[in-house]
Structure formats: C-alpha cells, structure tokens
Design a protein around this ligand. Structure first.
Ligand code: HSE
Length: 436
C-alpha cells in the first residue's frame, strides 16, 4: 500500500529520534499502522544537520511553509516548539488539510482551543501524545483508557529538569543555585531554564491533562504557577525528617466549586510511589472513581522516548486517515459540543494541607501565640518540629504541618503570624498533598 507521507518540521533531538526509530522499527510499525509511514520532507534552518540525520531519504528544505503546503504530505509533525512560527505553521498545515502531530505543549496549552477548532472545521486531527510526559502514553490513558471513569484528580511530576534538581538537592544537601549550575554544566538543564524551573512547562502540561480529564477547554491563563527557584535545602531536609519528599507537582482536581489547576513544590508522603520518582523521570498519578488510583511512570524527555510518543500518534492518525472525522477520538476526550464551562478556582479557594517554617525568638509563649492564630482561622495542626537553636543563639526554627484548609484562611493566618514581633522574617509556606 502507498506509504503515508510525513513532513517533519525540526530535526533537533526529537526529530532525529523520530527519524531513527521510524527507520529501525519500520516493519513492525507498518504491520501496526496498516501501511508504511515515511518521512518524505524535512524542514530545518540547519540544512547541514538535516542532511547528516536524513541523508538522501527525504527532501530537505529550510522553508517549513513549503512542507505544510506540499500536496503530497499527509501528516505534518511539528517539533519546532513555542508559540511563534510553530502556531502559524500548524494553522497553515490545518488549512491545507493536513493532520498534525505535535510535541508542543506550550502551543496547545495557550492556543489549543483555536487550533482544535480549526482542525475540526477542516476535518483533520491534531495529535499531541508527546506534549505531556514524553514517552509515557498519558494522553491516550486519560483520553481513552479511563473513559469509563469520572476522574477526580491528577497529580504529576511532569518536568524532568526540576525533578532532577530536587533529587540532587535532597541527595547532596545542595542549594537550588548550586545544583542548577551543575545541571547546566552536564547538559541536563537548558542554558535558559526559566520555563522549567519556574513551573511554566509543568503548567502547560497539567493544563492539557486537566482539559482532557474534566472535558473543559484549555485554560492555561487561569493556572496558578510556582516554581522551585526559592526552595531552600533546609525545607527539603525538614520535610524528610517529617517523612515527606518535596516534588514539583502539577495538580488538577475537580471540586464542587470548580477545578483546581496548579503547579507548585509539594510535600508528598515518602511512602507514596510517586514520592520516590527520582532524577529526570516523570510520573503521573490519576485518581478516578471506577478504577481507583493508577500511576504512569517513564522518561519524560529525550530523543527516542519522545519519538515513541510521536510515532504512536503517527500510527493512530494513519489508521484513521480515511475515517469519517465525526468518528475520530475527540481532541480533548469529550465531544466538542459537550465541553463543560467549569471555572478554574483562584488559589485562595484551593484546599490543601501545609508545611510552615518560622524563625522565632526562643522564649516562652511564642508557640502559643502562633498556634492561637492558626486556631482562630480554624486551621488544625497535624505535626510539629522545633529545631534546637545553635548554642548561644536566641532563635529557633519551628516547622508546622497542618491539616487541610482553604488557602485564603492560611494566607490570612500567615499575615497575622508574620506580624508577631517574635517572628523573624517571612514564614515559608509549602503545600502538602497526602495523595491517598
Ligand atoms: N523540559 C522538559 C523537562 C522536557 O524538563 O521535563 C520537555 O517537555
């Protein structure tokens, strides 16, 4: 049967991996897809690099628009990234009746509603398994595998760079800046790691999972995002003494009032499997009513793991190439006319438990003052730790774990606690999720 023809935009790490894996596993992939999948055009600004990877196997150009407009290309794989030229190319591919496979979480989290609407109009598919958690088939699992369930929440380690940094901080007792510098030297972190360390990349990914889980449009601009740049090594150490690990989690939860959509460093009980996901690995925990908890673990980045997801999408699209568009799996799991307008809750309305670290004068009555303020805001204490002051010092660290409360109550309590004359500096507040 005539091969399905693929135009590849960007022959960097993932593009190269896609080319390699497609070639290596061509025979089995063809048996699965029902016809050969062939990359026939490659666009990249770096023609020499493209030539090195592709050889004579495909037409190479530095004009990506020539690929998305080529009448022989059936599927466009977009691996450029970002919201700029990638958006123009994806929309132009759709206008030209091409299916699109993309790893671009930023593009879909921010412009997904517009892109999916354009694709529906043209009767083409936009597939994005590689956009979340690299090689882990989490999009497929949430969109299709769990479709019998009412999904309650998802919590994921969906950024490998930050998980690597947090693992190193814990293992070696180093500061964020020390580990970041080392990670950059070793090539584990980008030269500009802002999107990773500030939590933006994880927020793009949890935005997509949230929409798939709850049948809403993508709403990245409503996400609450905190990264790990101000996380202190001592908080990782204290958390450990209390039986917790700190992970950068993307969390989305359905409540009666709406949907929580947030990324922040989170204490997780060390006995949870997800708390033991180390280094650059990713893991996503999904709680759903029928199946209960399911956990998905694997490599969230890298050439061949991400290519694995890209090619799975290519196989899906190839199988459905000639299917009636109305009978394809909907982009966001739910039928487009069935999307819900659930509000994303502001952070004040989020309910979670807390870790607090206060530096206080070491004298009678201090603890009573702090706990009185918490009680006045209906915040119940779960556990406490007081670090002995160094010899001669008049200052001690108090660490408090609380039961669940609304963030607005905690913020009001912390305003009063910070104003106490015995409290030195700001109070460190981290969120804690039992994930039970
Ligand atoms: N920069 C991402 C990470 C990989 O560190 O996990 C691509 O999504």
């Amino acid at each position: 049967m005539k091969p399905i023809q693929v135009g590849l935009l960007g022959i960097g790490t993932v593009g190269g991996g896609t080319f390699t894996v497609l070639n290596r596993n061509q025979e089995e992939i063809t048996r699965r897809a029902g016809r050969p999948i062939q990359i026939t055009m490659v666009a990249d600004k770096n023609l020499d690099l493209a030539r090195t990877v592709v050889g004579d196997a495909a037409t190479i150009t530095d004009d990506a628009f020539a690929v998305v407009r080529d009448p022989n290309v059936d599927i466009v794989v977009e691996l450029i990234g970002g919201y700029g030229i990638a958006k123009e190319l994806v929309l132009e591919a759709i206008r030209n009746g091409k299916h699109v496979v993309t790893a671009n979480k930023a593009l879909l989290a921010v412009h997904g509603n517009e892109i999916f609407a354009a694709a529906r109009e043209k009767g083409v598919t936009v597939a994005f398994e590689a956009a979340v958690a690299g090689g882990i088939p989490i999009i497929k699992a949430v969109r299709e595998g769990l479709s019998a369930n009412r999904i309650q929440w998802i919590a994921g380690i969906i950024n490998g760079t930050t998980n690597f940094i947090l693992s190193e901080m814990r293992d070696k007792g180093l500061s964020f800046n020390e580990v970041l510098a080392e990670a950059q030297r070793l090539g584990y972190a980008e030269a500009d790691p802002t999107f990773d360390v500030e939590g933006v990349d994880a927020a793009h990914k949890i935005t997509l999972l949230s929409a798939l889980a709850f049948g809403t449009p993508v709403q990245f601009n409503q996400a609450h995002i905190e990264g790990i740049t101000s996380l202190k090594a001592e908080d990782i150490r204290y958390a450990e003494q209390l039986g917790y690990r700190i992970k950068l989690l993307g969390i989305t939860r359905r409540t009666e009032a709406g949907v929580e959509l947030r990324v922040h460093p989170t204490l997780v009980p060390e006995k949870r499997l997800i708390a033991n996901v180390e280094g650059a690995m990713n893991a996503v925990l999904v709680q759903a009513d029928a199946v209960g908890a399911t956990l998905y673990y694997g490599k969230g980045a890298g050439a061949e793991p991400t290519a694995s997801a890209v090619i799975a999408d290519l196989v899906d699209v190839t199988r459905l190439h000639t299917a009636d568009p109305e009978h394809r799996v909907p982009h966001l799991a739910f039928q487009p006319d069935q999307l819900a307008e659930l509000p994303i809750l502001p952070i004040g309305e989020v309910e979670t438990a807390y870790y607090l670290r206060l530096s206080v004068e070491d004298k009678p009555g201090v603890l009573a003052d702090v706990t009185r303020i918490l009680a006045d805001h209906s915040i119940s204490i779960d556990a406490m730790l007081q670090r002995e002051p160094a010899e001669g010092a008049d200052q001690a660290d108090i660490i408090i774990l609380t039961h669940r409360t609304f963030e607005k109550h905690m913020s009001a309590a912390l305003e009063k606690i910070t104003a106490l004359s015995v409290v030195r500096g700001d109070v460190t507040r981290l969120r804690l999720e039992a994930l039970g």
